[in-house]
Structures are given as C-alpha cells and as structure tokens.
Ligand binder design. Sequence first.
Ligand SMILES: [Zn+2]
Length: 221
Amino acid sequence: MKLFGHEAMSRTAIAQFVDGLPPNLKFIEPFLAEDIVHHSLNRDVLDVFGGHWSDAGQRHHFMRAANETEHQAYRNGLTWIEKNGREAAGSLRRLYAHGTTRNFNAGHIAGPLGYAFHALQDSYAPMHVTRKTVGTDHIITKIHVYTQQDSAVHGASDICASKNLDTPLNQDAIAACREFTKMVVVASLERTDPGYLARWTSLWRTFVSMFLREQLAFPAR
Ligand SMILES: [Zn+2]
C-alpha cells in the first residue's frame, strides 16, 4: 500500500479513537497520535532497507512468502498483529505504573501499535489480500505472494484504493485500527497480570472474528 494511504487511514482511525476517549484517559493521546503515523509509514521503508520484503518480512504486510501456505501466512500475519498489540498494551501498563508521563518514551506504545496498524491496513489492500463481502463483513479468502514482477501492478492498484477512504473496505480498515487501539487501551486498564491476560485474550478473539475472519480456499496445513 502507498504511504499516502497508510498515513490517511492511521490519522483517521486515531482521530476517531481519541474523540471517544473519556476525560480521565485523555492523557494518553500524545502517546498515540503522531508516532503511530510515523511508524506505520516507516514499516515499508524499514523493510526495503532491511532485506526488502524478505520471506520473514511478509507478515509485516499481510502477504505470503512463496514457500508458505495461505494458512501459514494467515497465522503469521495474525501472530505479528497480536504480538504488537500485546506489546503496546504492556507498555501502557508500565506507563500507569510509572505514575507520570514525564520521561516515558511514546515509541514503546506508538511503535508496536503502528506496526500492527500497517499490517491491518495491508490486510485490506486488494493486492495483498482478497476479501469477499458478505453483508457488512469482509472475509479473507486469499493471501497473495509478493514478487518483484508484481510491484508495478501492486503500486498502481494501491494508489487507486487509497484515493478514496470512503469505500466500504477502506472504512472497515479504519474501523479495525480504531477498535484495535481501543482493545489495547481497555486491556491495559486491567490491574492484575492474570486479569490483563484474560481480558486481552478475550478481546483479541472478538477482534479476529470481526476484522480478520478467514475462509481460505485451501485446507489448513
Ligand atoms: Zn506494507
């Protein structure tokens, strides 16, 4: 997906999320906004210089390495998004324990959140993932392999997709990022470690059923 598309989507998702924050949580806003956009933009740049879309890097963009099955790629994509969300929530918990926003590195929260945003948004980009529309759902049916030859087509289609944020697919991508952020914050508010883990696990399961449902054509391997 083009940088332009990621930036517009991340900004919109964060703006929607921050709008709904209760007053006593407004203090976390600076830990989300600018840096998330920055990080989600940088993911493409990092991957280009760090071995450009290497096999292990496909999950960062919700794509598939040539030697992976669709199910493997799907699981790797989910694991990457989930891990980054848990990391962001863990950092938020440390921020509360820290007791002050002074000297707290926003990158520990916004960084992983930005990586998760990037992969989530890519999962809605037609050249990365095919989703079929069923009612208001967009179900994942195919995860594409990225090859060098694809890059021209890839770029062109993403520019089209990103020009208009009002398509149902792009609106769903924005909602996914907004709800993901909400989930990170809600889980982080659990005081005890077991409470936090239980809450996170339950929220993540719900999130997957809403935004990352799959009906991949080939049997699971
Ligand atoms: Zn990407």
